[in-house]
Design a binder for this molecule. Structure first.
Ligand SMILES: [Zn+2]
Length: 334
C-alpha cells in the first residue's frame, strides 16, 4: 500500500511570499469555537522582498510571555524599507499567537507548548497546526532563522544570543558567526535540557542556519533588553547580506554550557533565598541558594549547590519554588 498523502495545512496566508515589496497580513488558522462558529486565529505576518537574495525567517512569541522578540519584530515590521533589503525577510512577531494574547507560555486553547510541538500535525490541535505550518511551509523558505526567546514569567536570563553545537561543523560555524554579529552582551554555546520537539531542532535538521536568544525574563522587558533585541536583529540581517548598512557591533562575552552540571534543580519546594545574583561567579560545591520550608518556623532550609565553576546565567524568577524547578543555570566563560 502507498503511504497516504499528508494532509494540507489548514492555515491560509493572506500574503504572497513571492511578491516584491512590503506586505502586512496574517496566517489565518480556522478555529471553530463557542463565540465564533467559523472563527479564525489571525497570526500577524510581514513579508519584505526586494530582488534575489537569501531569506531570513524572524520569529518571536514562540512562548507567549516573552517580550523582547515581539517588541523588536513589531518595530522592525513597521520600519523596514524594501529598498534596504536584498532578498527576503519574513517576520512573525508572535508565533504562538493565542499564547501571546493571553500572556502565557503555552496556548490557552490546548495548553500546547509550541516549542515542544514540532514537527506538528496538520490535523492536530491549534498549536500542532501552527508548528506544522512552520515545519512544512515557512522553514523551507528560509536560509537563516532567528527565533527570539526570554525567560518568561518563571525564568530570568543574562542577555545572550545562542546557537547549538551541531554535527555539521560548517552549519555550526555559520550559526556562531551570526551569534557573534548579534552582539548581545553574552554569546552562548547552548545545551538544551530536552531538544525533542523544538523549533530549533526542526530548523537545524533541515540544514538551516539557526540562532536563538534568551534576553531577560520575568514576563516583562526593559529598555536595555528591548534595545539589545532591536540592535541584534538588524546586525544579523546585515551580516547575512540581507539588510544594507553597517553593523552596530558591541563586545560580547562568550559562554559555554559544557554538560548537565550546568543545571541545578530544587529537590524540595519552598521559599528561595538567592545567595548569588545574575552574572556572579561561583565555584563547584558552593551553596548558591537556600530553600526554606514554608509550613513552619525553625526548620532548616535545603541548600542548592553549584556543580561546576562558572557564572550564574539563569535563575528561577518567582520567589517560591516547587520540587523539580530549575532554580539556577551556570555557564563557563570562554
Ligand atoms: Zn521561550
Amino acid at each position: 500500500m502507498n503511504e497516504p498523502e499528508q494532509r494540507a495545512s489548514p492555515i491560509t496566508p493572506t500574503v504572497d511570499f513571492s511578491a516584491e515589496g512590503i506586505q502586512h497580513g496574517f496566517l489565518r488558522l480556522p478555529y471553530s469555537r463557542d463565540d465564533s462558529a467559523w472563527g479564525s486565529v489571525m497570526i500577524p505576518i510581514t513579508v519584505v522582498k526586494n530582488g534575489e537574495g537569501p531569506t531570513a525567517l524572524l520569529t518571536g512569541g514562540n512562548h507567549g510571555d516573552e517580550y523582547e522578540g515581539p517588541i523588536a519584530l513589531f518595530d522592525l515590521a513597521r520600519t523596514l524599507k524594501a529598498e534596504d533589503v536584498c532578498g527576503r525577510v519574513i517576520i512573525v512577531p508572535a508565533m504562538n499567537y493565542p499564547a501571546f494574547v493571553a500572556g502565557t507560555r503555552t496556548s490557552p486553547i490546548d495548553k500546547g507548548n509550541l516549542n515542544r510541538s514540532f514537527p506538528g500535525k496538520p490535523d492536530g490541535t491549534v498549536t500542532q497546526k501552527i508548528a506544522d505550518y512552520f515545519q512544512r511551509a515557512l522553514l523551507p523558505l528560509a536560509d537563516i532563522v532567528l527565533d527570539f526567546h526570554s525567560g518568561g514569567k518563571t525564568l530570568d536570563f543574562l542577555p545572550f544570543c545562542a546557537a547549538h553545537i551541531l554535527s555539521d561543523k560548517a552549519q555550526e560555524q555559520r550559526s556562531f558567526e551570526l551569534v557573534q554579529a548579534f552582539s548581545a552582551p553574552y554569546s552562548m554555546k547552548m545545551l538544551e535540557i530536552d531538544a525533542v520537539g523544538m523549533y530549533d531542532t526542526a530548523a537545524e535538521d533541515m540544514g538551516k542556519v539557526f540562532i536563538t536568544t534568551e534576553l531577560g525574563g520575568g514576563g516583562t522587558a526593559t529598555a536595555k533588553s528591548a534595545g539589545i533585541a532591536k540592535r541584534g536583529v538588524a546586525n544579523v540581517l546585515r551580516r547575512a547580506g540581507i539588510l544594507k548598512g553597517e553593523a552596530d557591533v558591541a563586545p560580547t562575552q562568550w559562554l559555554d554550557m559544557p554538560g548537565g552540571d550546568c543545571f541545578a534543580f530544587a529537590e524540595e519546594g519552598g521559599l528561595i533565598e538567592p545567595l548569588v545574583d545574575m552574572g556572579g561567579t561561583v565555584v563547584k560545591g558552593q551553596v548558591v541558594a537556600r530553600i526554606y520550608p514554608i509550613g513552619r518556623t525553625g526548620a532548616p532550609p535545603s541548600k542548592v549547590h553549584a556543580k561546576m565553576d562558572g557564572i550564574l546565567c539563569a535563575r528561577h524568577f518567582p520567589g517560591l519554588v516547587k520540587a523539580g524547578d530549575c532554580v539556577a543555570v551556570f555557564a563557563m566563560t570562554v
